[in-house]
Design a protein around this ligand. Sequence first.
Ligand code: GDP
Ligand code: MG
Length: 167
Amino acid sequence: RCGFVAIVGRPNVGKSTLLNHILGQKLSITSRKPQTTRHQVLGIKTDGPVQAIYVDTPGMHEEEPRALNRYMNRAASSALVDVDVVVFVVDQLAWTPADELVLDKLSRVRCPVILAVNKVDKLANREQLLPHIEMLSKKREFAEIIPLSALKETNLAPLEAAVGRFL
Ligand code: GDP
Ligand code: MG
């Protein structure tokens, strides 16, 4: 099985850190999926029979929301249309209007969205996370909500397993 995974989120939530720690190193592009030409392939992680192709979604990472709007509005060519699963990264307890904006853009996305609650290593008390996760879980139907630390590589395996289930 192989499929496309988009990592999205506002700036500074740890997307690049997460990707780097998942990939370990960038591998060469071996995918023959036609969508590859429409995405910027950032890296490929092969795990047994499962191959996850991590792609960039133009506009999604930009501060300028109009860039994303323009992108999403291009009929039938939204990067997220060709994506099999989205990993939406947020920064532990910090929910901001910029996160809300990304969430709003994702409302048009029909593929599974996994919420990665990153930087949990910064929490003095992990129980603080429970009411916050409950709040987040009401924002949309997430396929999974996974607290993790990209930096400390905590809970990356459950994230990768969840991604693999949707490929
Ligand atoms: P991006 O803009 O979403 O790609 O975010 P980056 O990956 O560039 O990370 C932004 C900052 O957050 C950097 O200083 C990272 O070292 C830090 N960061 C990323 N992940 C974690 C994490 O799990 N824990 C902590 N404490 N810091 C993190
Ligand atoms: Mg980045």
